[in-house]
Design a protein around this ligand. Structure first.
Ligand code: BEZ
Length: 211
């Protein structure tokens, strides 16, 4: 059965480019952007790894640790990282899992046999500091992910946790947010003293204080 939002991210211990990692220890206290890619020395993957490395400061500012995975070896990953750094003008420092036996990829349902029996598709798991899976996305092998969206959705999850709000379509930080229907007007008066605009009783928009 595939993993779902709200599940605890299954633990594992595995070799990475930064040595062995036990997920639940390594992730402690941080958010994790856990993502798989099909193979080292391939073009789309090279750009994705480079983009993740370029965004290191943006992930750190959100208390997020990136963690890559493919079914290649540590030796292959390390050789490829030189190419990533060269071609994408970056310095990749986050760990990449070497899942040669497909153990983690199978646990996280990253192997989609109609695509490949041995290589992972482009899965994303956003894991929170309580080790809960908060978001999943699956992209095919030939489409690179949008890293602006990955940061945006992390911002939305964190803003939701901090303020008990939901975010509307195409929200970006600074935009209006939604007071969820589970919060009564009486409670909203305490939580959102700045007030709100009620378009419908179930659709109330407010603004968060700028940070
Ligand atoms: C790529 O990274 O370019 C790629 C990898 C596997 C299948 C298709 C594309």
């Amino acid at each position: 059965m595939s993993l779902r939002i709200g599940d605890i991210a299954p633990d594992f211990t595995i070799d990475t480019t930064k040595g062995p990692i036990r997920l639940h220890d390594w992730a402690k206290g941080s958010w994790v952007f856990f993502f798989s890619h099909p193979a080292d020395f391939t073009p789309v993957c090279t750009t994705e790894m480079g983009r993740t490395a370029q965004l290191a400061a943006d992930f750190a500012a959100r208390n997020v640790k990136p963690l890559g995975l493919s079914t290649d070896t540590v030796k292959e990953h390390l050789k490829w990282i030189d190419d990533v750094n060269d071609t994408q003008d970056t310095d990749l420092q986050f760990p990449i899992i070497a899942d040669e036996d497909l153990v983690v990829a199978r646990t996280y349902d990253m192997i989609h046999p109609e695509e490949s029996q041995t290589a992972a598709v482009r899965s994303v798991f956003i894991i929170d500091p309580a080790l809960k899976i908060r978001l999943t996305m699956t992209y095919p092998m030939n489409v690179g992910r949008n890293f602006t969206e990955i940061l945006r959705v992390i911002d939305a999850l964190q803003a939701g946790d901090a303020n008990r709000i939901a975010t509307p379509a195409d929200w970006i930080p600074g935009g209006k947010v939604i007071i969820p229907p589970s919060i009564s007007n009486a409670e909203a008066k305490t939580l959102f003293p700045q007030g709100w605009k009620e378009l419908r009783p179930y659709l109330r928009l407010t603004e968060l204080a700028k940070v």
